[in-house]
Write a protein that binds this ligand. Sequence first.
Ligand code: Z5A
Length: 226
Amino acid sequence: ASLNSNRRAPFIVIEGLDRSGKTTQTSKLHSRLQQNGIEASLLKFPDRTTAIGQMIDSYLRSASELDDRAIHLLFSANRWELATTIEKLLLAGTPVICDRYAFSGIAFSASKVDSLGDPLLAFEWCRSPDVGLPAPDIVLFFDITPEKAKERGGYGDERYEKEEMQLRVRKAFHRIGEEMAESGTGTRWVSIDAGREREEVELDVWAVVDPLVRRGVMGPINKLWS
Ligand code: Z5A
């Protein structure tokens, strides 16, 4: 709200692989902004609290089975549930920090392979339900090797927490990052080496986010891939 009237607050997304420290760092960032007098809104996808989120949660825990396309659309619908809220917050001057977003949607779904080893869902198909969502101003991509991630206690028991899957997802994220950089849209893609100490990662995140939050953003909220 302290921003100049023709500026809005920034939409900041933290993306990355399992165990890369997204939750740790989004929460640190949120508190540090608070200590600096800035009340940001912290979101996480999947948001397991909504009716759609509960279906996603059950699928991830392997308590239910769903067609690969159906679950992909549910992940996207889970974001659409909050699209208007995100826009309202940004226009009201509240920065939004989001733990995972549409990029995870594409990276994970497009990394599923069929019995012949080919990708099951094509990138383009995976992207389409998220076209038109509020676009982040910046994506901090937390990059980590599977070896480093494993040192953090190994993968958990959820559906995608397997090394081969995580390797494919990492490649998919790299492809998405390159495409975002070439597309010239309003979204900046910044890769962060998340395999380092918490404090080092935190410093890098702060160096990028602090000036962005102070400056605010000129112009309307962009739409993803449109
Ligand atoms: N998914 C999808 O398919 N489609 C979609 O559209 C979306 C998601 C949005 C659940 O996501 C799954 O949903 C996910 C993608 C898919 N599948 N996988 N894999 P989630 O976000 O609910 O769950 P998650 O990604 O598995 O989160 P995570 O395990 O909580 O990872 P994290 O948030 O990146 O890490 P963390 O909790 O902050 O840290 C993990 C551990 O490492 C913890 O013990 C920390 O204390 C420790 N840690 C953190 N930082 C460090 C450093 N720097 N050094 C050492 N140790 C550290």
